[in-house]
Design a protein around this ligand. Structure first.
Ligand SMILES: Nc1ncnc2c1ncn2[C@@H]1O[C@H](COP(=O)(O)OP(=O)(O)OP(=O)(O)O)[C@@H](O)[C@H]1O
Ligand SMILES: [Mg+2]
Length: 236
């Protein structure tokens, strides 16, 4: 069977993934505040749009305008792609509302969405009851619906610990088929951004820790380099 892989559009990451993400799989991108989760998602949706695969960017944190402006600060022309129907940005306010999947499912149908980026899975904590059981159930249900609709999902998740050696895992890390960790390793008086593909069910991928950078072009993963921070620590 030939694996159908979707490129993420993130320079270097597709190399680590040996092509991309398996079609209709769900991947979690986890990291501390400022780790780069939202920017990764913007690339993922932008790459799809360039390939003619309509994408949906869902945010509960930020307005549609601020998402578009953020993407355009990395020269990803979201306004133009929205006009062409290749990108849809959906901002879901959580205040005083019971959140359901209905508007997301409707939008996927209406705009023939193939890629979804959900920023972030905290959204599920706002669905009906607040118990841990419900959070887990909602995630399972959302992943199932996305798969059924032929969507390849990337979702962000917050981690409180940056140190990859002592990172703690939650229910969500087990429920998604793929898990990508974005961390910061201390290097002297600063930090180095590092990425690790923790798991990617059903496909082969690199297992190392690699450095990456964020600048005005967005994210670049250095798939051929080792993190200097780990070399300095004598870990390599
Ligand atoms: N134009 C830019 N040039 C250089 N670095 C940038 C630029 N824009 C953003 N960054 C870096 O990217 C970081 C934010 O990335 P991003 O918004 O993806 O983080 P996040 O993981 O989504 O954070 P949060 O959990 O707070 O939403 C900033 O803190 C900054 O360090
Ligand atoms: Mg973010």
């Amino acid at each position: 069977m030939v694996l159908e892989l979707l490129g993420t559009g993130i320079s270097g990451l597709d190399e680590l993934l040996k092509g991309g993400i398996r079609k209709t799989n769900s991947v979690l991108i986890a990291g501390v505040p400022g780790a780069g989760k939202t920017v990764f998602g913007m690339h993922y949706i932008y790459e799809g749009a360039q390939r003619g695969e309509p994408g949906l960017f869902i945010s509960y944190e930020e307005s549609e305008l601020s998402i578009v402006e953020y993407a355009e600060s990395f020269s990803m022309p979201y306004t133009q792609l929205i006009q062409k129907g290749l990108v849809t940005v959906l901002s879901i306010p959580l205040i005083g509302k019971i959140v359901t999947f209905a508007p997301i499912v409707d939008m996927i149908r209406k705009n023939k969405i193939q890629r979804v980026f959900l920023d972030s899975i905290t959204l599920f904590e706002f669905m009906d009851s607040m118990s841990a059981m419900s959070f887990r159930r909602e995630i399972i249900e959302f992943i199932r619906i996305m798969k059924e609709m032929g969507v390849t999902l990337m979702a962000s998740s917050e981690k409180k610990i940056a140190n990859i050696d002592v990172i703690e895992y939650g229910a969500q890390d087990f429920l998604f088929q793929g898990l990508i960790l974005l961390t910061k390793v201390r290097k002297g008086a600063s930090f180095e951004r590092c990425i690790n593909i923790s798991k990617m069910r059903g496909q082969s991928h690199q297992l190392g820790i690699y450095p990456f950078a964020i600048d005005e072009r967005g994210v670049q993963v250095y798939a051929q380099q080792l993190p200097f921070s780990l070399i300095e620590r004598g870990d390599l």
